[in-house]
Design a protein around this ligand. Sequence first.
Ligand code: MRU
Length: 352
Amino acid sequence: MSTVDPIRWQDGALQLLDQRLLPHTTTYVRCGSADAVADAIAAMVVRGAPAIGISAAYGMALAAREARLPGTSDAAEWHAALRAPRARLAASRPTAVNLFWALARVDEAVDQVCDQKGDIAAALEALAIQLHREDIAINQRLGDIGARLIEPGSTVYTHCNAGALATGGYGTALGVIRSAWRDGSLRGVYAGETRPWLQGARLTAWELMQEQIPVTLCTEGAAGSVLRDHDVRWVIVGADRVAANGDVANKIGTYNLAVLARHHGLRFMAAVPTSSFDLGIASGAEIPIEQRGAEEITHSQGQAVAPDQCAVTNPAFDVTPAALVDVIVTEYGVIENPTTAAIREHFQRHVH
Ligand code: MRU
C-alpha cells in the first residue's frame, strides 16, 4: 500500500497536499469551495490526471452544498446552479481528460438523483468519495497487470510523477513499479527530473524513497546515455489523455523518451486507467496541449536565468504517437501495439 496521501476529505472540506512544496515541506491546503479547488488545480497544488479528476468531483460536491437548492429535484435548476463552478473547474487545466470525465460523471449523477428525488449535495459527496476509492483499486489492479510484463532483474526509467501523488493513491506508472518491486522483479528505477516543475526530482524520487524502492535521479539531458548504457529494459510513464488510436499525451519530454526507447530497442509502456482515454477524438492531433507561462522557463526560484524578452515556448505536455508505444496497460489488461481497432476491442470487451 502506498504511504502517500495527496487528497483527503475531512470535515466537509477538501484537503490537498501542497505538491509545490514537496519534498521538504508537507502542508495541506484546505479547499472549502469549488473555486478554491479550481484555483488549487490551476496553481499545481494538486496535479496528475486522476488526482485532478478526483479533486474536481469533490469541487462539485462543494458547489452543490454552496448552491443551497434543497427541496428541488428539478435537474435543469440544479444544472443551472452548478454551471459557473463547473465551468471554473473545467477551465482549470485543459489536457488531463480525467477532469472532464469526472465532471461528466457528476452531470449524470445530478440527472439520476433528481429523477429519484434524492439529495444532490449528499449524492455528489458520495460520488466523489466513490471515485476516489475506486481510483486506488483501479491503480492496484493496473499496477499488478503491468508488473507481470517486467522481467526479473529489470531496471526501468520513468518520467514526471505518475504515482500516488498524481492519483487517488498507488499510482499508474509508479503503481506498476510498486507492484514489480513487491514481486521482486525490479532492480531499480531511473527518474528523469522533469523540467520545469521537477516532478521527477521533487515527487517521484521522494515517493519511491518513502518505500525504499531504489531510485536514481538524472537530468532529462542524461536520458539518452542512461537508456543506452545502464541496462534499462522499460520506459514506463502515465498519461493525461489517450486518443482513440493510442496516441498518448503525457508530460513534455515523454515523446523524446519514446524515440530514445525505440532507438535503443527498449520497450515503452503507458500505464493508463480507462478514465484517461478520450475515445471521442481520433488521434493525438486533437488533444489540447496546455501552454504554461514563460517565467517557468525564464526564471529559476524567482531569479531570471534567460535574457529579458527572450521568446519562449512552454508546452506542458507532448503527444507520443501510438507507433512508438509498445503497450498500454489499463486496469483490465494489456493492449499490445495499440491501434484504433485494438483499443476499440479492449473497451468493447471490458468497459460497459
Ligand atoms: O503537469 P502535471 O504534473 O499534472 O503532469 C502530470 C503528468 O504528466 C502525469 O504523467 C500524468 O498526469 C499521469 S498521472 C497518473
